[in-house]
Design a protein around this ligand. Structure first.
Ligand code: PLP
Length: 396
């Protein structure tokens, strides 16, 4: 296997799921069911493994963004409920039915397409759908005043089942929750209009990670956390209500070491010049792995020197604590490689391990890298692509 790999710490995933689930409480104080977002291949962590751990940890389902993502989960044998969080095309309706996905719906045309596909399937059964109401996200969802009409249409379809009614929060991760509370009120009012039409709205759900961690009233009948199960808060503005542990560790190994003299430059565009003679190591990872090129001359990695190749894991852990050190990325990050400045006196050797980001508090995490390039941890982890093998550690 190549040197660059993403270690997925499933023990941290379990810890995060338990921490978030432990915070969710209904108005009556009972635990609240939850659905884990595994779209974008489990935010880059591997949807199949994340989905099965989530199920073991009590999730009542998982959420995907595309029909293909749902098909992948079925291919790897995931037997649980799969919610389709985005709107698909009407022509994908047959596949949705076939795979037993539970789509979000927000307009009549799509509802009809799904009903027809469900009726036309070889063994027709009622397809569960979730009516999405736009209470302020401005993305998908019917208007609150249309919700009762649409809910009545769905419940009038023989081959559809209104499994739930839901909404989404654009600002639940901010330090001001007033907009989220306004949305909740709009949502509850819309749900009342549905009930007053004599239609059972099913399961009410709204809370993304921001709301799960911050807004107790948002838990409703079920919650939909995503980024928090992968170990990150959705934003800096949010109070650290529970301890979350990053799940992905992007690691690599030094494949080449050399000395460069003062005045010599490193990498494309010659953007970095050595100010002294120093030891430069080459790391076989680059922007084509999802390590953002904007991190050039900005990021640091955690370098482990002095490890004995082939040493047992426990011996390595002992030596790591003595020898782990942050060193800077120098010069432009290339498609497949980048360089680090290990310092003039470094004993860095080929084979030494580096961590580009991960849970080790001494090194960078995805939030630190996100800050350096003006994005969010979601993008940093989900950009690590299929060229990087995933290695699953259970931590047991
Ligand atoms: C991605 C997603 C979530 C999870 O959001 P996080 O901010 O990652 O917790 C919840 N609901 C919907 C509809 C989503 O698309």
């Amino acid at each position: 296997m190549r040197a660059t790999r993403a270690i997925i710490h499933l023990d941290n995933l379990r810890h995060n799921i338990r921490s978030i689930a432990g915070r969710l409480r209904s108005a009556g104080g009972a635990p609240v069911p939850f659905i884990v977002a595994v779209k974008a291949d489990g935010y880059g962590h591997g949807a199949g493994r994340v989905a099965s751990v989530a199920r073991e940890e009590g999730a009542e389902g998982v959420g995907v963004a595309t029909v293909e993502e749902g098909a992948h989960l079925r291919d790897v044998g995931f037997p649980g409920r799969i919610l389709l969080y985005s709107i698909a095309l009407a022509e994908e309706a047959a596949a949705i039915v076939e795979l037993g996905l539970e789509p979000f719906v927000a307009d009549r045309h799509y509802v009809r397409a799904l009903a027809e596909a469900a009726e036309g399937s070889a063994a027709p059964r009622a397809l569960p759908v979730h009516l999405k109401i736009d209470t302020g996200m401005g993305r998908i969802g019917c208007r609150p005043e249309e919700a009762a009409e649409l809910a009545a249409e769905i419940s009038g379809e023989r081959w559809l089942n209104l499994a739930g009614v839901c909404t989404h929060f654009p600002a639940a991760d901010s330090d001001d929750q007033s907009f989220t509370y306004q949305q909740l009120e709009r949502f509850q009012q819309a749900v009342e209009t549905i009930r007053s039409r004599g239609v059972d709205p099913g399961c009410l759900h709204a809370a993304n990670s921001g709301a799960c961690l911050e807004v107790d009233d948002a838990s409703l009948d079920s919650a939909r956390p995503g980024i928090s199960v992968y170990g990150y808060y959705p934003s800096h503005d949010q109070r650290r209500a529970v301890e979350l542990k990053p799940v992905m560790e992007l690691e690599s190994r030094v494949v080449f070491v050399k000395s460069v003299d003062e005045g010599e430059t490193v990498s494309y565009g010659r953007t970095w010049t050595a100010s002294r003679r120093t030891r430069i190591a080459t790391i076989p990872a680059g922007y084509a792995d999802g390590y953002n090129r904007l991190l050039s001359n900005r990021a640091e990695v955690l370098l482990f020197t002095g490890e004995v190749a082939g040493a047992s894991e426990s011996a390595m852990n002992r030596s790591e604590s003595r020898t782990a050190r942050r060193v800077p990325v120098v010069g432009r990050i290339c498609m497949d490689q980048f360089m680090i400045d290990c310092g003039p006196d470094s004993n860095v050797r080929v084979g030494d391990r580096v961590v580009l980001f991960g849970p080790d508090p001494r090194g960078p995490d995805a939030e630190e890298l996100a800050d350096l390039v003006g994005t969010i941890p979601y993008e940093v982890v989900s950009q690590i692509n299929h060229r990087v093998p995933r290695v699953y550690h259970s931590g047991r």
